[in-house]
Design a protein around this ligand. Structure first.
Ligand code: NAP
Ligand code: G4F
Length: 359
């Protein structure tokens, strides 16, 4: 039985990856901060409590910024694979808390690499790093690139992107060490991926949750920031498959590779709102522009812009080209944009007690 360590197990990706690895027969160890709710609601939602009781899923207390937590975990559980998903993953918060973001998103990775080396585990372990399309940041605007792939230059525009880029290069460097032991590492440069378990602070879930509440008569208006931003949105369940596939690479460490994981399609935040409204049978009519733009359903105001949700710098266009992942890993997204929105909308309607017609 293989053992996998997941940092960030209480998050969207960590919980869905845990479910996948348990199905594959792994013993899964999850690093969990003491401040997380217990048992974590996403793991409960996925019905993983039995795995906790049987011991195939173990939640171990610790913090990625505390190197002792990592050393103790590696010593105790001797994982074959480490998935480093722990992060301060909210880009807007990163502008307000850049030091905390750097500490979790960059120093956290250094802690893992240092612990692997200190315990002489370089040959025994494989490391997945959650890199991000935010590292491409301004490439569309500055370099006029309409899609991004593994060869696209990085141009981060946020403290989040900066910290993730530093971590990315640290992890890439670990497999190219010239004098010393190399570690088998892979970075997944994942574009935005969402699900029913997406944090409510991210725009897609904020939209589906608010529209369901508006439908239920519990909320009047959904306030958003930049409606023009374009993102390449995929389904998280498809994306965790790619994480696992990346760690099944063969050959010596310096031949391991990083992969862009994306759908290859991009849409504005405004289009996401329209698609979510369509699931409710609503047709939204936009009036005004910029800070005064408003969305009406019939004559009811449903969406308005609030400048407090604008960021000091925003990434205007992300659209990944997953051709390399398709060719080498055989990975491709299974869930379409419309299916993704429908799944999220149906989940949030159900949470509001609204019956969803069978598809
Ligand atoms: P998420 O839902 O925000 O989950 C983040 C996880 O990190 C949570 O389990 C959180 O624990 C944990 N964490 C935060 N600080 C920690 C610390 N100091 N020590 C230990 N754990 C800590 O994020 P996600 O959407 O699943 O994303 C997973 C990873 O992929 C992140 O690294 C993110 O940056 C990256 N990524 C995400 C996307 C995307 O679109 N979802 C795209 C590209 C890359 P608590 O429950 O205690 O807060
Ligand atoms: O949903 P978002 O907060 O996601 P963002 O910033 O793209 O970051 C997510 O994806 C990254 C991968 O590209 C991950 F690395 C990262 O961890 C995270 O998972 O915002 C998407 C877009 C932005 O342009 C934002 O300005 O939506 C725009 N937006 C407009 N109104 C809003 C809002 N975003 C949020 N969160 N809230 C709003 O009201």
């Amino acid at each position: 039985m293989k053992t996998a360590l997941i940092t960030g197990i209480t998050g969207q990706d960590g919980s869905i990856l845990a479910e996948l690895l348990l199905k594959k027969g792994y013993r899964v160890i999850g690093l969990m901060r003491r401040i997380s709710t217990e048992p974590p609601y996403r793991l409960r939602h996925l019905g993983l409590e039995d795995s906790l009781h049987s011991g195939s899923l173990i939640l171990a207390g610790g913090d990625i910024t505390d190197i002792n937590s990592i050393i103790n975990l590696l010593k105790k559980y001797q994982p074959d694979e480490i998935y480093n998903l722990a992060a301060q993953s909210d880009v807007a918060i990163a502008f307000e808390q850049p030091h905390l973001t750097a500490s979790i998103n960059y120093i956290g990775v250094l802690n893992i690499l240092t612990a692997i080396r200190a315990l002489n585990m370089e040959d025994a372990v494989r490391l997945y790093q959650a890199s991000t399309s935010e590292m491409f940041g301004g490439t569309a605007r500055e370099l006029k690139l309409q899609t991004q792939d593994e060869k696209t230059p990085f141009w981060p525009l946020s403290p989040y992107g900066n910290a993730k880029l530093a971590a990315h290069f640290e992890v890439v460097r670990a497999r190219h060490v010239e004098h010393g032991k190399q570690i088998r590492t892979a970075c997944g440069i994942l574009f935005n991926h969402e699900s029913e378990l997406r944090g409510e602070n991210f725009v897609t879930r904020k939209i589906t949750k608010a529209l369901a509440r508006i439908k239920a008569g519990k909320q009047d208006i959904l306030y958003l920031g930049n409606l023009e931003a374009k993102r390449d949105w995929g389904y998280a369940r498809d994306y965790v498959e790619a994480m696992w596939q990346m760690l099944q690479q063969e050959g010596p460490a310096d031949q391991w590779q990083d992969f862009v994981i994306a759908t290859g399609e991009t849409r504005t935040v405004r289009q996401f709102v329209e698609a979510a409204c369509k699931c409710l049978g609503w047709s939204i009519r936009w009036e005004g522009a910029g800070n005064n733009e408003k969305g009406y359903v019939d004559d009811k105001l449903v969406v308005a812009v609030n400048p407090k949700f604008f960021r000091p710098n925003d990434v205007y266009l992300l659209c990944g080209n997953p051709a390399k992942a398709k060719k080498i890993l055989g990975w491709r997204p299974k869930t379409s944009f419309d299916e993704l929105v429908a799944k999220m909308m149906a989940h949030d309607l159900k949470q509001e007690g609204i019956a969803v017609p069978a598809a």
